[in-house]
Design a protein around this ligand. Structure first.
Ligand code: C5P
Length: 232
């Protein structure tokens, strides 16, 4: 976590970037955080980490009380990776690769549907709001976690485009998967994320929606940077 400072953390500006899997929010968020010199919260990584640790301990993925306890332990010991320190360490082991698998994403999506789990992760996520500012990426950053964000973006793209991007991302990380199977998994996860009662995946009422199905990353970045410069 970013170390606390004398500034009030609640007044640090936040830009939220929400969207489904494969919408490009991770890349855009990282770039923006680097450009502005702000902190970056990859909230999906926290959900994935919790699910991964639960799988490791063979905890049932619907045992809310046990998951809440586990989240409390993780929030005390876990550090989000930074550009200087990119490894994702859990109890001394680099779990970066394991967290990126669809198996872990699916488990994350199941545990993320539990209201008690979402509540347990709120303070942990909000702690990352530190000066000079925070880029927060996830599913409910603009709707629930940082409703007062200075700018809310919702990135999206057609499902087949997003599945292909996920496929290439995984391939670049050395994780080989069956494309058809991945399309099914991504659709099932989107469906679960968008239909759950607690903080479903959806744009905030005041979010700017960027559908980047038919444009490259450079164009999306240009659009996003323009929106950022308009508010900062
Ligand atoms: O963004 P990422 O694919 O890493 O997220 C993994 C899963 O974690 C999502 O499918 C979603 O179920 C959950 N998640 C969430 N709320 C967030 C971030 C992630 O429910 N803010």
């Amino acid at each position: 976590m970013p170390s606390s400072s004398n500034h009030s953390s609640t007044t640090a500006p936040v830009i939220t970037i929400d969207g489904p899997s494969g919408s490009g929010k991770g890349t855009i968020s990282q770039y923006l955080a680097g450009e502005l010199g702000w902190h970056h919260l990859d909230s999906g990584a926290l959900y994935r980490l919790l699910a991964y640790a639960a799988l490791q301990q063979a905890l049932p993925l619907d045992d809310a009380a046990a998951l809440v306890q586990l989240a409390a332990r993780l929030s005390d010991s876990y550090q989000l990776p930074t550009p200087d320190n990119p490894a994702i360490m859990l109890d001394g082991v680099d779990v970066g690769q394991a967290l990126r698998t669809e198996k872990c994403a699916e488990a994350a999506s199941k545990t993320a549907a539990l209201p008690a789990v979402r509540k347990a992760l709120l303070a942990w996520q909000r702690h990352y709001r530190q000066p000079p500012g925070l880029i927060a990426d996830g599913r409910d950053m603009g709707t629930v976690v940082f409703p007062d964000a200075a700018l809310k973006l919702f990135l999206t793209a057609r499902p087949e485009v997003r599945a292909m991007r996920r496929y290439n991302q995984l391939k670049n990380k050395g994780i080989l998967v069956d494309l058809k199977e991945l399309v099914r998994e991504v659709e099932a996860r989107d469906q679960r994320d968008a239909s759950r009662k607690a903080s479903p995946l959806m744009p905030a009422g005041d979010a700017m929606i960027v559908d980047n199905s038919d444009q490259d990353e450079a164009r999306t970045l240009q659009q996003v940077l323009q929106a950022v410069h308009d508010v900062l």
